[in-house]
Design a protein around this ligand. Structure first.
Ligand SMILES: [Zn+2]
Ligand SMILES: [Zn+2]
Length: 275
């Protein structure tokens, strides 16, 4: 007999921004972290605060070698081994492994290839390339229990490939890094402004909206504006820009929140259906 049972899928942005990034996705029987750019203690504290203390971590998906994404990988590997007695694999591209400093490099690395989906238990993981100023960066789409979520941050411009992987999502964590005017008027030195707004830097509010326009579907329930710059954006500006795009697209079924710089954002819980 085929039975239907409920299981909640949780997507929790534990931290977001240049101070560190970490997102949990899981359904109670399997789970992953996307990035670990905050301290291990902070990851544990924030998971505990959300009732995720014993939530399964079957893998850690690293997007790229900047320390706000991979900083605590080495310590986290050891901590998970000590606390849970499990050698949790850290997934990353070969380029990311090569670019990661000795200090942050974890044991137990599994090399992945952008564009080649793989499974961690019953979770489907799809890494795809993004334009960013590192060796071989990826973003991730994670599917579990019929729910599709994607974490798409640290990219300099919208691309067709990225928009393709953002189709038919239930949950989207999308970079709204800067307001272009605020960046250009702000205190950063010229070369840094050029880097951030360049093709391999970070998404402006406007560029994020463009990706949204090219990908948004009826299924999308939750949108988290992420990796907001503390100096070059405000949550209000990012939200205003995003709502402007949603109004234009006549989309009113999506719950939107801005992850505060350094997070955490309010956790998202969805009902998954397993047949
Ligand atoms: Zn970053
Ligand atoms: Zn980065």
């Amino acid at each position: 007999m085929v039975g239907l049972f409920r299981r909640d899928v949780t997507v929790a942005v534990l931290a977001s921004g240049s101070g560190g990034n970490c997102t949990y996705v899981g359904d109670g029987s399997a789970g992953v972290l996307v990035d670990c750019g905050i301290s291990t203690r902070r990851i544990q504290e924030r998971m505990e605060a959300l009732g995720l203390k014993d939530a399964p971590i079957d893998g850690v998906l690293i997007t790229h070698e900047h320390s706000d994404h991979v900083g605590s990988a080495r310590v986290l590997y050891k901590r998970l081994l000590k606390d849970r007695g499990v050698k949790v694999p850290f997934y990353m591209t070969r380029g990311t492994l090569e670019g990661t400093s000795e200090r942050s490099r974890p044991e137990g690395v599994e090399i992945l290839t952008a564009g080649e989906p793989f499974r961690i238990r019953h979770m489907q993981i799809n890494p795809f390339s993004v334009p960013h100023d590192v060796l071989d960066p990826v973003a991730y789409r994670v599917e579990v229990g019929g729910i599709a979520a994607a974490v798409v941050t640290d990219l300099g411009r919208p691309t067709k490939l990225v928009a393709k992987h953002m189709q038919d999502l239930d949950v989207l964590v999308l970079e709204y890094n800067h307001d272009l005017q605020q960046l250009m008027d702000g205190p950063y030195p010229w070369h840094l402004k050029q880097r951030i707004k360049g093709n391999h830097g970070h998404l402006s509010n406007r560029q994020a909206n463009q990706l949204l326009r090219d990908s948004i579907g009826d299924k999308l329930q939750h949108l988290v504006l992420a990796h907001l710059s503390e100096h070059n954006n405000t949550p209000e500006k990012a939200l205003r820009a995003c709502h402007h795009a949603l109004d234009y697209l006549k989309v009113d079924h999506v719950a939107v929140q801005a992850a505060p710089p350094c997070g955490p954002a309010a956790p998202i819980s969805l009902v998954a259906h397993h047949w």
